[in-house]
Structures are given as structure tokens and as C-alpha cells.
Design a protein around this ligand. Sequence first.
Ligand code: ME8
Length: 653
Amino acid sequence: MCNKCKGNYYITTPIYYPSSNLHIGHAYCTVATDAMARYKRLQGYNVKFLTGTDEHGQKIENKAKEAGVTPQQFVDNIVLGDRGVLDLWKLMNISYDRFIRTTDDYHVEAVQKIFKKMYDNGDIYKGAYKGKYCTPCESFWTESQLVDGKCPDCGREVVEAEEEAYFFRLSKYADRIQDLLENTDFLEPRSRVNEMVNNFIKPGLEDLCVSRTSFTWGVPVDFDPGHVVYVWIDALNNYITALGYENDKYDDFNAFWPADVHFVGKEIVRFHAIIWPAILMSQGLPLPKKVYGHGWLNFNGEKMSKSRGNVVDPYLLSERFGVDALRFFLLRTFPFGSDGNFTNELLINTINIDLANVLGNLVSRTTAMNQKYFGGQLGQGGESAPLDEELKTLAADVIANYEKQMDKFQFSVALNEVFRLLDRANKYIDETTPWILAKNEQTMPRLLTVMKNLCECIRIAAILIEPVMPDSSKAILDLLNVPENARNWDAKCYCADADAVWTTSTGAALFPRIDMEKELAALEELSKPAKPALEIEPFAEENVDFDTFCKSDFRAVKVKDCKNVKKSDKLLQFTLDDGTGTDRQILSGIAKFYKPEDLIGKTLVAIVNLPPRKMMGRESCGMLLSAVHTENGEEKLNLIMLNDAIPAGAKLC
Ligand code: ME8
């Protein structure tokens, strides 16, 4: 049957803010989208899977400034750099077809055209934006972004401020959006519809501020220099510019728009279910068929956040447990529409129970028995029994339910179905007792059928897990030497007749059991903050009384001359102007930190009332002050240097 004519399917993830590294919550949505894209490809759809990065905005501009780089360098590093966004998606086997960056030229140009079109049709107009403004950070904040009424970035006071801005006439679309939400399946799960209508539409939709003049890192409004497009008109339109809308980079808009589904996290449902349809209505474009708002993953019961230090690193988890095990855990454990609580115990338990005990065990028992009893060659023939029918009926039921659930994005329920089949197959081994059948020549035909049935159950399960665990699916089908034409969606029906033949191999355990205690300890060790690379001297325990301290005479001194001391690799000899008119000589053991010529002319600090000491036969009258610390085990020293405007002899107190 033709497997390539089911039509086009367009699915997207939100585009991520590259303001910090991605965590397991971001990976969750992307893995789910990937599983859906793979499932649709398996079914024979021509899939376009879009993901990308949302790279503009004040936050990025501020972070880049802090890091001392340009905003473009900042985002390039997080997206393209070592262990960046693209590296992570590669590691996690994310089979996206297109990756959009909102800094891509074609997107920027298309957004400018869209903005102008909406301005020309009267949906964008000029007004004034009022908000809370942090002057040092040059940032506007909304009331809800403030922390204790103060700037969330620097903690300082904010002031009421106003700036000229463009607004989108969102209010005009309120009725049409309400109708869309209440009377169609546009937004799922259904519970999110009430939230949108009751919290945002019924209280009255306000027009949306869509430009800013207080920062520059954004798409410039080409007909009004000084304004940049603010966030959602830039970010949301990625879903159509990435298909070539208003640009020549791509040419798939007619083939793939409207999207079949946008997967988004619950906190951005509002933007996708209210603002996005209104933006499309304003442009006279068809609406996406569906927006699905998934839940959030918490960690140990708390919201994941960098400041709380509970951001779970998908790199670390993939490296320790394997990418497929992590992908499986995310989709098997948490119902897609609800919030979930990630714990390391749950992850290890899921791997041990589902993957090691059930799936891995079934594959290794079956292939080992094939090897032992038939040398891995299951030829024609065999003998059926009524029990086989039960297995066959169950398999058909599982396949039908799996499909139904995947079509509703219920990954955990769909996987549950696969495990119903795997559990039944493991039980079938216990019921048919192959090791007893193998003892008697007369029961060998029955044993042959039992093993073929097991192979067939494993083959079907391997096809069904492909969207979630692509590498493991392939490894299992390879162990069973399943021909290419029996690995696809159309070959998923149960087929274990007497003519079927199998040649199977054995291999290492697919999912080795994990020692819970040891692994938890190892993870805890890894999650401890890295030992600071910087070490400072312990503080003195003994106090000095104030009068004693005041006796120390610290003075600004100017370096007139500085040279190495012969036969000493430690000492530098300084000739200093201490303001008295008589040169002062100080020897200091800092030769490994400074070249003498670099210090001439500098203004340093010396304690000048120490008794003179002889060093390498030369007199040293005082001591120069330095700051010392250890960095990555290496001693560091910095002479205290003063502003050169301070005259020699000035007293430090
Ligand atoms: O929102 N659990 O980007 P983003 C589950 N740029 N999902 C989580 C999560 C968690 N703990 N933390 C984050 C943006 N996410 C915008 C999108 S689309 C035109 C623009 C999800 O990087 C979050 O819900 O902050 C969102 O869907 C996605 O990660 C990207 O978040």
C-alpha cells in the first residue's frame, strides 16, 4: 500500500528564549513534538516540524551587556555554541525539519512587512505605553513582573513612566476569539478554554503594546526609526515566516499552512489562543487547526528556576541514562496536558520497571531462548493453541487504542497500551513455559509457534515505540532482523502464521538495571555546586585593638625604579618616592607576578613604619600591599594600585 499519500502535517514547538541554558522543562515540549512528528511520519504523512529560538528583547540586550558582548554574539553562543540549543536537540534525537532564529534576515524582513500591513489596515496605531520603569536598567516592567514592587533584575526602585509606542487593536477581535475558543476544538485541553475566556476575554481584552523605544535589540519598525517591534508580533509570526510567508527564503506556506498543531506550555497559551488568532485575522489568514497547552514539569514539587538551583540538566540526564530512556520517561510518566513532578527516584524507577524489567527483559528472554532452542532460526511450521488468539486479539486492541491516544496527544496513555502488550507477552512466556516444551521433541512445534508469537509481539511493540524511542526501536528490530518493509506503520498488524520465519540474534541488555541508591548518591554529588574555583585566605580569628591598628602607617608611593634582584627569582627591588624627598627602598617577593618595567610610574601602597629588614644582603624599608587569592589551585597576586592623581606620601586611613 502506498505509504506516502496521507497529506501534509505541520507541527511546531514554541521558539525558546536563549537567555540561559535549556532545562528538562524545555526538553519536555520538544520531545513531545518530536514524538508526534515521528508518529505522523510513520503513518505516512509529509511532516514539517518547526522549532527555533526567540532571540530579541530587552532581557537579551541586558544580559549581553552584562557579559560584555553584543546581543548577536550572546545569542549565537547559546544557540550555536558548545552544548548550545542545536547541540542539545541533536543529542536528544530531535528530528526537526526547520529551525528558525528570529534574528534570521528573512524573518526580520517579513515581520517588518507584516507590521506595516497591520498598520496600513488600521489594526496597529500609535499611542503611549505606561509602565514601571527601572532607570539604571533602562527597562520597563509590568506590575506582575516586579519582585516586591522593585525591579526584578537589580532590585532597585522603579518609577511610573511613559513612552511612545504602537498598539495592536486586539480588543476588536474579542468576540471572534471567544467564539473560536468556546465553539470549536481550537484550544485543548478543554480546561484551558475556561481559563482564557474567564480570565482574559470576559474582563475585557485590552489593546496590546507592540513596539518599544527604550531598547534597540529587536526588529526595527522600518517606517518609524527608534521603534522596535515588541515581542509577540515578532515571535508568533515565526510560524508562518518559517514557511516562506512574506519572504523568498522558503516556499511552503500554501502547502503547510494552517498548522495542524502548535504545542505550547500552559503559561503561553494566552498568547497562542488569543493574540495569535487575532494577528492572523488581521492579516486575513487561516487559523491553525489546534493549539495544545501542555503542563509544567516541577522538580521535587517546586517550579524549576535557575535561581532556586533546581534546573534539571537534560545533557547530564541523557548522558547518564541514555537519550531514549529520558525521552520515554518524560512521555510515559506525565500526562501531557497536566503538570508533573520530576524526581530522580521516579526517573530511575521508570527505567528499572518499564524498560529493564518489562521491555528489556522480554527482548532478552525471547532472543536468548530462540538462540538456545533453535540456534536463532525460527523456520516454517509450528503448532497453535487457543492462548495465541488471546495474544493476537490483545495486540489488535492495543494498536487501535494506541493510535486513538496518540491522535489526542495522550502519549502516556498510548505508551501504557504498548506496555499492556509487553506485560501480556511476558505472562505468555510464564504460561507456555518454553523451557518445558524444549525438553520434549514432540512439543517442539508448539515451542516454535510460541517463540514466533513472542517475536511478533516484540516487533509490533518496537514499531509503536519508534516515535518515542527511535534508537531502541531500531536496535530491537535489528536484533529480530525485521526486513524494512515489516518495520513501517502499515506492517503493524499481527501476523504470525505458520509460514513466518525469523532469524534473530542476541545482544547486550538494552536497558541495564540501575542501582537506585548508588545512582541517587552520584546525582546528588553531581548537583552540588562546583567547588568555587576561587579561594580566599581564611579570615584572622584574633582581633587587633583599634589603637594598635592605627599605628600602622600606610602611604601612597610612586615607583621610580624597579629591577630584579640578582640570583633571586622571587625578589624585586623597588626605588620609591614616598613624598619625603628621600628615596625609599623596598624589596618584595613578587617577581613571578610582575615584570619590573611594567611597574615603573605606578602608584602603590606601602606600610612604611615596619623595622628595616635585610633580604639578599639589601635593606628593605617597609612592605608593599597586595591582594592575594587562589584560582584553580594557582596563587594569584595583584599589587594594590592607586589612582595616579594621588600624590606620593598621601596617608591611607
Ligand atoms: O515562552 N515544564 O520561551 P521559553 C514544562 N519564547 N515546560 C516548560 C517548563 C517546565 N518547567 N519551563 C519552560 C517562550 N517550559 C517564548 C515562546 S513562541 C512564539 C514564543 C516551556 O524559552 C514553556 O512553557 O521561556 C514554553 O512552552 C517553552 O518551554 C519555551 O519557553
